[in-house]
Design a protein around this ligand. Structure first.
Ligand code: DX5
Ligand code: ZN
Length: 207
């Protein structure tokens, strides 16, 4: 079986205070932090912050092979890359494991879950994107839920993460479909009471 884990995405936070935002989210009960990395972005990793938390690196980059060793060296716990960004997922999965990190495999809204399935037994987590990757605050795509439901039925013990537009209004759909790793950016970071939002999200998955 799987357990509920809540990972705030700090993409929506003040990036000049990345380290303290990570600490604040952990203090509010986050199970891990979801750190978004994009080509050309200045925020590679806050190495100090990653020693204080479990860091899931969401690599929205064109050459994910390039950052495996630097992220491992910076203390990342999990390396989540996009299936669309590589021609050799098998080799990348192997390199990530050899670097001592867990493997996450992400698919964008237009990618079918059947394309991910052949790798499911070699990875630790599947990420079903519920928005087009890019930025926080977008609308949740409910039509991605059949992907989650199908993965959950095929791979009962796989960690399944949802990312994009997830918050108190949409969590129940994710939980019902079988997602257990919940990324939430603007709904948590923008809240006056992040602790309550995190607790609400966790309870929805656990119920
Ligand atoms: C989107 C990123 C997400 C984003 C989520 O491209 O991968 O992690 O920060 O933010 P919200 O929860 O606001 O959609
Ligand atoms: Zn993300």
């Amino acid at each position: 079986a799987y357990s509920a884990k809540i990972g705030p995405s700090i993409l929506s936070s003040d990036l000049s205070c990345l380290g303290s935002e990570c600490v604040r989210m952990m203090a509010c009960g986050a199970d891990y932090l979801h750190l978004d990395v994009m080509d050309g972005s200045v925020f590679s990793v806050a190495p100090k912050a990653t020693t204080l938390c479990v860091a899931d690196m969401h690599m929205m980059v064109s050459r994910p092979e390039q950052w495996v060793k630097p992220m491992a060296a910076a203390g990342a716990n999990q390396y989540t890359f996009h299936l669309e960004a590589t021609t050799n997922p098998g080799n990348l999965i192997k390199e990530i494991k050899e670097s001592g990190m867990k493997v996450g495999l992400a698919i964008k809204p237009d990618t079918t879950v059947e394309e991910l399935a052949p790798w499911a037994n070699q990875i630790h987590m599947a990420l079903v994107m519920t928005v087009e990757p890019g930025f926080g605050g977008q609308k949740f795509m409910e039509d991605m839920m059949p992907k989650v439901r199908w993965l959950r039925s095929m791979f009962p013990s796989l960690d399944i993460e949802v990312d994009g537009g997830v918050g108190p209004d949409t969590i129940h759909k994710c939980a019902e479909a079988g997602a257990n790793m919940i990324v939430s950016g603007s709904a948590v970071i923008g809240s006056d009471d992040p602790r309550s939002v995190i607790t609400l999200l966790r309870t929805a998955v656990a119920d």
